[in-house]
Design a protein around this ligand. Structure first.
Ligand code: PEP
Length: 257
């Protein structure tokens, strides 16, 4: 059985002080039920890189894991403004979101660059969360699966066999991110099923069955239960609703029917 993962992507929000307050509120809520939640789910927050030291400190002893929103594929060097996997690992980061649609569309990251980052993260034993998703235009043109599966195969290409089971995928239709328009559970499940099938072709049945595929795009406390109740939806990548302790804590308690 795959465990659920509820991951919060804070994007470029919060100061160090605000981050500490949010983590303290989250902990006082989530830590209460930590043992029960830990039975079938994991929780992760991904603050902006500059807040990682403060959040790492605030999370000491908590059941919440720490993620990053991006990283460079090299370990060090003349890459102004970038951070590397060893730097992140030094603060207890265990996961890294890669290929988020804002990285693809605002910062023009392509599949090749994202693939290099995925391989670097895996080499450093940071769990990469590869984001894939079609734009509104591609969706309307009926090209969702073609776009998503191309991004998936390119993003995961060249992974060593020992790293293949350690990646995660997040299906995030671009038209649903930050728009309040989420995919219906049926729409999302259709794409997640196709992702699972493609993973099976790429890596074989056993690994495909073990990889967690998250859904992201306007996930809220009101829609999370029906999404994660679908067989191929193994959790959520949450943007806006992860910035408030009460809404994120409710999403963390998603009911799986
Ligand atoms: C995201 O940032 O990955 C995201 C899905 O954002 P939101 O939940 O705000 O749509």
């Amino acid at each position: 059985m795959r465990r659920i993962l509820i991951a919060g992507n804070w994007k470029m929000n919060l100061t160090a002080l605000e981050a500490r307050v949010l983590v303290a509120s989250l902990r006082s809520d989530i830590d209460r039920d930590a043992a029960a939640l830990a039975r079938d789910r994991d929780v992760l927050i991904a603050p902006p890189a500059v807040l990682i030291p403060a959040v790492s400190q605030a999370l000491a002893g908590a059941s919440i894991a720490l993620g990053a929103q991006n990283m460079h594929f090299e370990d060090q060097g003349a890459f102004t403004g970038e951070v590397s996997a060893p730097m992140l690992k030094g603060f207890g980061v265990t996961h890294v979101i890669l290929g988020h649609s804002e990285r693809r569309h605002v910062f023009h990251e392509n599949d090749d660059l994202i693939n290099r980052k995925i391989l670097a993260a895996a080499r450093h034993r940071l769990t990469p969360i590869l984001c894939v998703g079609e734009t509104q235009h591609e969706h309307d043109a009926g090209r969702a699966l073609e776009v998503v599966l191309t991004q998936l195969q390119a993003g995961l290409s060249g992974l060593y066999p020992q790293h293949r089971g350690e990646v995660m995928v997040a299906y995030e239709p671009v038209w649903a991110i930050g728009t309040g328009r989420n995919a219906t559970p049926e729409q999302a499940e259709h794409v997640h099923g196709a992702i699972r099938e493609s993973l099976r072709d790429q890596f074989g049945q056993e690994i495909a069955d073990s990889i967690r595929i998250l859904y992201g795009g306007s996930v809220t406390a009101d829609n999370v239960d029906s999404l994660v109740s679908k067989p191929n939806i193994d959790g959520a990548l949450v943007g806006g609703a992860s910035l408030k302790a009460d809404s994120f804590a409710r999403i963390v308690r998603a009911r799986v029917d």
